[in-house]
Design a binder for this molecule. Sequence first.
Ligand code: PBG
Length: 327
Amino acid sequence: MTYTQFPYSRGRRLRASKNIRSMAAEYRLSVKDFIAPLFVTEGTDQKTDIPSMPGYYRYTLDLLLKEVEEIQSLGIPSVLLFAKVPDEKKDNEGTEALNPDGLMQRSVRAIKKEFPEMVIMTDVALDPYSRYGHDGIVRDGQILNDESAELLAKMSVSHAEAGADFVAPSDMMDGRILLIRDALENAGYHHTGIMAYSAKYASCFYGPFRDALDSAPGFGDKKTYQMDPSNATEAVKEAVSDEQEGADIVMIKPGLPYLDVVRAVKEAVYVPVAVYNVSGEYAMIKAAAEKGWLNEEDAMMEALIAFKRAGADLIATYFAKNAARLL
Ligand code: PBG
């Protein structure tokens, strides 16, 4: 093998100007990479602050449509919907999650009607609907697996019926992708896709999101179903098994502390890999920027390109609109 040494080789030649750097760039961000998460709440004409997510809001459906319009005009292809459920509608059976006229189902229908090209993804998990704030059905202090997975399959069909393009199970119950795929096929929703949260870690970085949806676990934590941050090989196993069960896209979550996992999964599957740049990652950059300790735009863009470098094809991020404006 021949190789060139200094002074014939000089790394700085490819860094000499903005244009040269752009030619030598190995990875690029595109607005088409982005999935914009959206929080919808009951009522009309209200946009509510989320204190731990400065600059991010919960919208009532009427205002949410304006937000989707803006997202579409920026060229972002997809939204990921989360519904905030009032306490009186929470139980342990996911009753409201299956309501054909529930907030999630109404939101999907309304967005589809006004913006037929927008790719709509829906969060599938019980926590916003659970009086225990857990992602599955609770019995004797345990989070039941198979019963929960069956309910999530019904929930997925309900979202598909409303017009969702992809359902996004974020619960980490075993076997749920197979059950969901089966249920969608049996109901005739052959083209509704599944974006599986395949490697979802039991992470403190979801804190601000739980404020946004008022969905923090009422007892214990989520460590018996979400993954242990100590593990990487297990994440690959989870992603591969979700792919085999019929996932169309696999996701790793959170993002920044798990870039190694993104790379490992990317090398193991033949479906697009998404990463979720979660609420706590957003909050960290926002907080440091508010204090004047970091430049917000630079930190945001550096984090986003890191996801591409790690191997992510898609990025769910609260920065989607801001980054799209810069691109
Ligand atoms: C619900 C869900 C969570 C997030 C996405 N879907 C929270 C959790 O599992 O507790 C977190 C998203 C974020 O922090 O931005 N299952």
